[in-house]
Design a protein around this ligand. Structure first.
Ligand code: ZN
Length: 321
């Protein structure tokens, strides 16, 4: 029997009932009975969620709105207003259990200046630990120069920006006819890994060298491919201050979310350094119990296990005990 290690979990979702409409589009192809259960778990901040955390040794969950949220909103003013409402809603829930919950801000990137201000309000006034961005915003990716005011503020605040998967702008032709390869199987990895690489190859981290991007799924395959990025960037004459792998190693951190397997964990640790790897479960879309058990039992140096489970997140996100 392995010991139950104390954990902080970083990709744990909730739903403000006012955001159900945006979220329901992501489960159109799922059995209503199944998503009904998920929906109930998303809306619960009490017994059910805390029991799942207790069982897995999760001392603190950093909560984020289940995507895509306001990033799917076409009315920019409404998106800005609703993001503020979502953050106030989350702040009220955290207030009830500040010993167990922290939050990531929900941000409307449709208005970059307002996004920067809302991020600052959430970090400084509501005590949030950063923000979560749910993929592209109507086809605009995070490397877009229009979003530099947002990055400038995130960098100045020293706060992490967590990039969560979302559906691509248009379906990938190569996946057509294979429903089983869509979304969480492979489509989101391709979309989200590519999104993160746009930031590297677009020089975003040359412009904002202290910015930190967090990726779920142990880095969306990027840790596995570092050598190839460097080798091909040289071949294609990519103009950056450093090698692509340097930015992935120094400007990115990764979490476990939905990758409870030793091989990719060991790859992420070897490629990025264990201090850049953190625990998360992806509640309620993955089994928190399975995530916790994996973290407790995967062969690791015990000091590394404690850092990945708890210490790295506490330090990086400046979380209370
Ligand atoms: Zn998630």
């Amino acid at each position: 029997m392995s010991r139950v290690v104390r954990k902080i979990a970083l990709e744990e979702h909730f739903l403000d009932p006012a955001f159900e409409e945006y979220w329901l589009k992501t489960v159109e192809d799922v059995d209503p009975k199944l998503y009904g259960q998920v929906l109930a778990r998303l809306k619960d901040f009490g017994e059910q969620r805390l029991a799942a955390m207790d069982k897995a040794g999760i001392a603190r969950s950093v909560l984020s709105l289940a995507g895509p949220g306001v990033q799917a909103e076409h009315d920019a003013k409404k998106a800005v207003r609703k993001a503020i409402e979502a953050n106030d809603f989350l702040a009220r829930e955290i207030q009830k259990r500040p010993d167990r919950y922290s939050g990531f801000a929900h941000i409307a990137l449709q208005d970059p200046a307002a996004a920067a201000n809302e991020l600052e309000r959430c970090v400084k006034q509501l005590g949030f630990a950063g923000c979560m961005i749910n993929g592209h915003t109507h086809g605009q990716y995070l490397d877009d120069p229009a979003l530099y005011p947002f990055w400038e503020r995130a960098e100045a605040l020293g706060t992490i920006v967590y990039l969560h998967p979302a559906d691509p702008v248009s379906p990938f032709a190569v996946l057509e006819g294979y429903k089983g390869l869509k979304r969480a199987t492979w489509e989101w990895t391709l979309e989200t890994g590519s999104h993160a690489l746009r930031m590297v190859f677009g020089g975003l981290f040359d412009r904002f060298p202290k910015a930190t991007l967090a990726l779920g799924h142990l880095g969306e395959t990027l840790p596995y491919l570092l050598w190839r990025f460097d080798s091909r960037a040289k071949l294609y004459g990519v103009k950056l201050n450093r090698q692509p792998s340097d930015y992935i190693k120094s400007n990115m951190v990764v979490t476990l979310s939905g990758m409870f397997s030793a091989e990719p964990l060991n790859c992420a640790i070897a490629a990025l350094g264990h201090e850049h790897v953190m625990f998360s479960a992806d509640y309620p879309f993955e089994s928190t119990e399975e995530a916790g058990h994996f973290m407790d039992s995967v062969p690791l140096d015990e000091r590394v296990r404690d850092d990945i489970s708890y210490n790295n997140a506490k330090k990086l996100l400046r979380l209370p005990d």
